[in-house]
Write a protein that binds this ligand. Structure first.
Ligand code: MYR
Length: 282
């Protein structure tokens, strides 16, 4: 088997993973005032929030076209690959991964497996890295998929956003419209559940919401039967992310905590100053 790993630009990938020769990344588009930008190709996280906050129309995201995705799969066939695991953002927040079902049998001699991570961002990058490491260690396709399933079943993410309107207007908060009226004095903690973003708890202040995230990460850590990694992810809020990383390291000294940021696509849906906490089985 010659295996390629494909993912999309919402996976936050550290440099060591980006450079892997068998990894290929499809950009997800962001639309600002009618202009289409491909994430990480013609727009980066740096400077994005300023552009987003200044845009006249409400910014949007879209899916890569079938043509673009199929072209990549065909190019990989020409390069000699015969198998692709295409690891993508949750079907609960984008139709992209489910839509790949309609093209997965279109390249002769190529096995294409669309993989719904039920998450995105750093936890998805974590799955991509795990798949690449297992590929390099000559694990079989089934072993890699089974391990991805273990990580997926043991991944939890919690979010605090500064302005819930972004998620509600973008339609990515399940039952969001019902929530927004009563939230003036409340800082909701959100979570991923079955791949969708839902309310976890209504908390009275940002400080208490942050402490609750730290606590709930500890609760999940005690339930997961594998070594884990922690991620703190920010939308242009590095100082807060660093503080939270330090707190987590103090509370859970045996676990590695990595910091990353939300790129333009996720930033569009969470708004500036969002903070995410994730725990994943290694
Ligand atoms: C599309 O428009 O279909 C593609 C992009 C959808 C992205 C939705 C992002 C929602 C916020 C995810 C937060 C992740 C925290 C770990």
């Amino acid at each position: 088997m010659k295996l390629a790993i494909v993912t999309d630009s919402t996976a936050f990938l550290p440099e060591r993973v980006r450079r892997h020769p068998d990894l290929f990344v499809i950009p997800i588009p962001v639309i600002l005032d009618g202009k289409v930008y491909n994430e990480d190709v013609d727009i980066q996280a740096d400077g994005y929030y300023k552009l987003m906050n200044e845009s006249k129309e409400f910014p949007k995201t879209s899916q890569p076209t079938f043509g673009e995705t199929l072209d990549l799969y065909k190019k990989l066939k020409e390069k000699g690959y015969d198998t692709i695991i295409s690891i993508h953002l949750s079907s609960g927040i984008s139709g992209y991964v489910n839509n790949l079902d309609s093209i997965k049998d279109s390249v002769e001699g190529m096995t294409i497996i669309p993989y719904d991570t039920l998450i995105t961002s750093m936890p998805m990058g974590h799955m991509v890295e795990a798949a690449l490491n297992m590929r390099d260690a000559d694990n079989s396709l089934n072993e890699i998929l089974e391990h991805l399933n273990i990580i997926r079943a043991n991944t939890y993410a919690y979010l605090i956003v500064d302005d819930l309107n972004h998620l509600v207007r973008g339609g990515r908060l399940t039952n969001g419209a019902a929530l927004i009226g009563g939230l003036l004095k409340i800082k909701p903690v959100l979570k991923f559940e079955d791949g969708k973003i839902v309310l976890f708890e209504k908390i009275r202040s940002t400080k208490k919401a942050l402490r609750r995230c730290e606590e709930v990460i500890g609760e999940r850590k005690n339930e997961i039967n594998h070594p884990v990694k922690l991620y703190v992810i920010h939308g242009n809020h590095l100082e807060l992310a660093k503080k939270e990383k330090a707190r987590l390291e103090k509370s859970y000294p045996d676990i590695t905590v990595e910091i990353g940021h939300f790129g333009p696509v996720i930033g569009t849906h969470l708004g500036e100053k969002a903070l995410g906490f994730a725990i994943c089985a290694e």
